[in-house]
Design a protein around this ligand. Structure first.
Ligand code: ATP
Ligand code: MG
Length: 159
């Protein structure tokens, strides 16, 4: 099943100059970039993207984190793209993310929000969790005209 999913390289990933490495990992496993841009989110957009978390105690810190610098958003297409990308993303908390995943390999900051630590988990990328989330998130982030259908030269082999 070919589907699309949203990946956002968060401000920590951009500022640590990991955009190229992260993008290459997804291209290397055969996923196709069908949309890509750098944007600096405002607080309203953060509330739309993280609507499921707005009422949670850590939300304020998540919002501070996600608007702290530009992010790179991309839509990736491929077989089981949503689950595949989540697998390569790794667990939310970097200390729990398996080696070989993006969060396991690159994230260094594992504090969770608590009364003492007023901070968001800095974990490099966002990836849509389900196919339904992916559809909603892609339409929030990318107007149809910014998404492109084309063939890669290696499509018949890696897909
Ligand atoms: P994302 O949605 O960004 O891909 P995720 O699906 O792994 O991450 P979610 O539960 O959706 O995790 O949380 C969204 C983001 O909020 C996390 O990636 C992290 O940056 C932050 N976050 C989640 N839980 C906490 C917490 N307890 N304390 C601080 N920050 C948190
Ligand atoms: Mg999530």
């Amino acid at each position: 099943m070919i589907e699309r999913t949203l990946v956002v390289i968060k401000p920590d990933g951009v500022q640590r100059k990991l955009v190229g490495k992260i993008t290459a990992r997804f291209e290397d496993i055969g996923l196709k970039i069908v949309g890509m841009k750098m944007i600096w989110l405002d607080r309203d957009f953060s509330k739309k993207h993280y609507a499921a978390h707005v009422k949670k105690p850590f939300y304020k810190y998540l919002e501070d984190f996600i608007v702290a610098g530009p992010v790179v958003a991309m839509v990736l297409e491929g077989v089981h793209a949503v689950d595949t990308v989540r697998k390569h993303t790794g667990a939310t908390e970097p200390f729990a993310a398996a080696p070989g995943t993006i969060r396991g390999d690159y994230a260094h900051h594992s504090y969770k929000h608590s009364d003492k630590k007023k901070i968001a988990v800095k974990n490099i990328i966002h990836a849509s969790e389900t196919s339904a989330d992916a559809k909603k998130e892609i339409s929030l982030w990318f107007p149809e005209k910014e998404l492109h259908s084309y063939k890669t030269t290696d499509e018949n082999h890696v897909f």
